[in-house]
Design a protein around this ligand. Structure first.
Ligand SMILES: NC(=O)c1ccc[n+]([C@@H]2O[C@H](COP(=O)([O-])OP(=O)(O)OC[C@H]3O[C@@H](n4cnc5c(N)ncnc54)[C@H](OP(=O)(O)O)[C@@H]3O)[C@@H](O)[C@H]2O)c1
Length: 213
């Protein structure tokens, strides 16, 4: 398979790149600083920004499916990375393919994320974390969900809680409706594990899906 990866130099993106190469897939990656990208010798690199249509289209050329792990540098600044990049990716995919996109999102994208948590947890996360502390990342993810939902692509948006850089456990909870009880953390490795499985066997097409330890 030929896989296009956006955000390949980031925490989740590096793991996606590694897993795709280990699976024998050919990878095209859009990166802003190829000299800092450890897989540059094994990947078709497109140098550029996800805010520009031409490199986005070139990254997608020949791909069978797309992974996105794009995100802003700081959770405390308004960067609008997903607001700018996702519409370009969607437009290019709708025009020329491929149709399949699996994106790292965040539980904060949907109002239903906290429905199964105790009342105090719901209040804290919805009123303090989503509204104030993580206001900008949540806005990014709401926009990503809106733009994917409005497309006719075969998209899946993975909705994790807090991401950590611990080894994958290979066991995690998956739910289409809201975060499972006390689901507050998951490693990037396990999010990527879920995405690799979803690539081979699509189960959550045209919807968001919560994954958590
Ligand atoms: N941190 C958490 O706890 C958490 C929880 C839930 C969801 N999430 C979401 O999960 C996603 C992945 O997070 P992560 O921490 O694994 O990733 P990350 O390390 O923040 O990496 C973000 C990636 O996006 C790339 N990028 C940003 N703007 C770009 C642009 N204009 N053109 C090309 N590439 C661009 C970065 O490239 P450069 O290397 O060039 O900067 C980097 O590869 C994000 O959307 C994040 O909001 C995070």
């Amino acid at each position: 398979m030929n896989i296009a990866i956006f955000g390949a130099s980031g925490g989740s993106g590096k793991l996606l790149t590694e897993r795709c190469l280990a699976a024998g897939y050919r990878v095209s990656a859009l990166v802003r600083t190829p000299e800092k990208f450890a897989y540059a010798d094994r990947v078709r690199i497109i140098k550029g920004s996800a805010f520009d249509a031409a490199p986005v289209a070139e990254t997608l050329r020949g791909a069978d499916a797309v992974f996105s792990a794009l995100g802003a540098k700081s959770p405390f600044k308004k960067e609008d990375v997903l607001q700018r990049a996702i519409p370009l990716m969607v437009a290019a995919m709708q025009a020329h393919g491929p149709r399949r996109l699996i994106a790292v999102g965040s539980a904060g994208a949907l109002g239903s994320s906290m429905d199964r948590q105790p009342a105090i947890g719901q209040w804290l996360v919805k009123k303090i974390v989503y509204k104030h502390l993580l206001k900008y990342p949540v806005e990014e993810q709401i926009a990503q969900y809106r733009d994917l939902s409005a497309s006719d692509l075969d998209w899946t948006m993975v909705l994790p809680p807090v991401l950590v850089n611990l080894p994958g456990r290979g066991r995690y909870r998956i739910d289409g409706d809201s975060l499972p009880l006390f689901g507050a953390l998951i490693s990037r490795a396990d999010v990527v594990d879920f995405m690799m499985k979803e690539l081979v066997t699509p189960r959550w097409v045209r919807r968001g899906v919560y994954v958590t330890w």
